[in-house]
Design a protein around this ligand. Sequence first.
Ligand code: KG4
Ligand code: ZN
Length: 335
Amino acid sequence: MNETLLTLGIESSCDETAVAVLRGTGERLSSLVATQTDLHARYGGVVPEVASRRHADVIRPMVAEALAEAGVGLDDIGLVGATRGPGLVGALLVGLSYAKGLAWARNLPLVGVNHLEGHMAAALLAEPELPMPALFLLVSGGHTELYLMRSFGDLLHLGGTRDDAVGEAYDKVAKMLGMGYPGGALVDAAARRGKAIYDVPVALPGDNCDFSFSGPKTAVRQIVERGEASMEDVCASFQKGAVAALVKKTTVALDRTNPRSLAMVGGVACNSAARQAMRELGERRGMPVAIPEPHLCSDNGLMIAAAAARKFFAAPSLAAWRNFADLDADPGWMP
Ligand code: KG4
Ligand code: ZN
């Protein structure tokens, strides 16, 4: 059953509506992502109510399109997975309610997926045999976390950001420089053209696994306010500091937990310097490193389908997958 079951994955936690069809735990049949950045760009950030309305407009046609692209019908689907949290409550409710309705009507099991576990499942799409325990660095617009994964679904939280998430800091730096929203990829591209000539204080001091990105952000603001810096050099300086912080705390976590592999996931795992730094760190440590392709790092439906399938296969007869009437969106749900 595990190899043939088709899972429909639905993601709507923030400003991307994403739907995918997955066979087993690793075979992609289709994956569609509709981003809303055009809608939110003029506000410089995601407007929750606007996001919910767009999700509601596009979810139904996207499910139809994802099925068509996979060459299957609803009758072929055996499992539904939808993001339940964390995220924007209104946005989550759209995808989860749609999934509940669909599962109810079709008498299908439904797994409410944790978005962060979804990001982690993307690494297992890339490396199905990733040796466990694996250290996960999860870097996104909303989170900067270190987890030790003993097996999928069995996580130990080692630390996280005390203020801004790294992606959020990237987006704020882009905004300060008038580069547009979301700014992570733009800052990354500019950084590659610049020189890291400014001192941006990096990691939180101490032998802990916590992060702080408000300091680097303030440092950038001061450099920008002085007025003579080039945009590329500011971006390069910020990127150097941010990546150094990720490497430093990941190193602390490696020393503390001694895992068999390392993975980096989430939207910021698209970052060119972070990808290179993590690969080098893995090489120095002599351990395999899993970093999904960029389209699997940013929000997508495949990662949600993959997480749902893994949860389901671990306990296929669990009553919870059938009794989902009371399953509710959980905007602050941390694994
Ligand atoms: O995982 P994700 O798609 O959504 C959340 O769950 O938050 O991550 C989005 C974040 C945004 O902050 C975006 O600016 C950042 O990922 N991002 C990047 C890059 N590409 C996307 N940050 C740095 N460098 C990049 N190349
Ligand atoms: Zn995400």
